[in-house]
Design a binder for this molecule. Structure first.
Ligand SMILES: *Cc1c(COP(=O)(O)O)cnc(C)c1O
Length: 241
């Protein structure tokens, strides 16, 4: 059998896992912080006339257990509810529509370009109504959507833009990294993706205050993610919820 996708896992990865075992700290901790720092240095979140660029800040990023969790959390934060519509491409992952239905909102499928399998601003425009609250686009198989037109449309219509960047971890459009154009971007690092952590995901939020809110909700209201980021003096085991 010829595998289409084959994660290249070997000694280096085994050693990295050994370091985690030896450190006796499992779950979110120093390694996830390091991961966020490194990812931030690879994401160009703004370009100035395509010349100068600035990188995403670690405060605009957080890890999640998977990309689907990220989308569920974002939809929840947006207060999308019954009667609202969220547009998504007909080529998409099932978890995206589930996140919309979970809030009793209506997933509205738009068509995609037959060559790129990406939605265009025209496809999206056809589906916009007064009930449209958000659009979740997908950059399919590493190919970026036409972000110039899509960002313009979302701004004109005052619609929240979420980028499903699970397929295109380090793609760019006009020098800017996909996943950083919209209000939110989500990544997946599951076993079939380009960058594999076993299972795992990442959220980018343009507004870093929204990352703070998302951290609160993913940690169920706990103020700190783990005892590691706190000290005994602060009595980290006494939680404010
Ligand atoms: C894999 C994938 C997801 C879901 O990622 P998980 O981390 O498994 O939740 C979402 N969207 C796209 C486009 C994907 O390919």
């Amino acid at each position: 059998m010829i595998n289409i996708y084959q994660p290249s896992l070997g000694k280096e990865e085994l050693n990295a896992i050994k370091e985690v075992f030896d450190s006796n700290w499992l779950g979110k901790g120093p390694k996830t912080d390091e991961f966020i720092k490194q990812i931030a240095t690879k994401l160009i979140s703004d370009t100035f006339d395509g010349i100068g660029c600035s990188y995403a800040s670690t405060e605009q990023l957080m890890t999640v257990s998977c990309c689907t969790e990220g989308v569920f959390q974002i939809i929840d934060l947006l207060d999308i509810k019954e009667g609202d519509e969220v547009i998504l491409p007909s080529v998409s992952f099932v978890g995206i529509a589930n996140a919309i239905i979970n809030k009793k909102a209506k997933p509205v499928f738009c068509d995609v370009d037959k060559h790129t399998l990406n939605p265009t601003s025209d496809h999206i425009l056809e589906k916009i109504t007064l009930k449209t609250k958000a659009i979740i686009i997908l950059h399919y198989a590493g190919v970026p959507c036409d972000m110039y037109d899509i960002v313009k449309l979302c701004k004109e219509k005052n619609i929240i833009l979420i980028e499903d960047n699970a397929n295109s971890p380090f793609s760019s459009y006009n020098g800017q990294s996909t996943g950083t154009f919209g209000d939110y971007g989500v990544w997946s690092f599951d076993a079939m993706k380009i960058l594999v952590t076993g299972d795992g995901g990442l959220i980018y939020a343009k507004n870093k205050n929204n990352i703070e809110k998302l951290k609160r909700s993913t940690y169920l209201g706990l103020e700190t993610a783990s005892g590691l980021s706190n000290t005994i003096d602060k009595k980290w085991w006494e939680f404010n919820i």
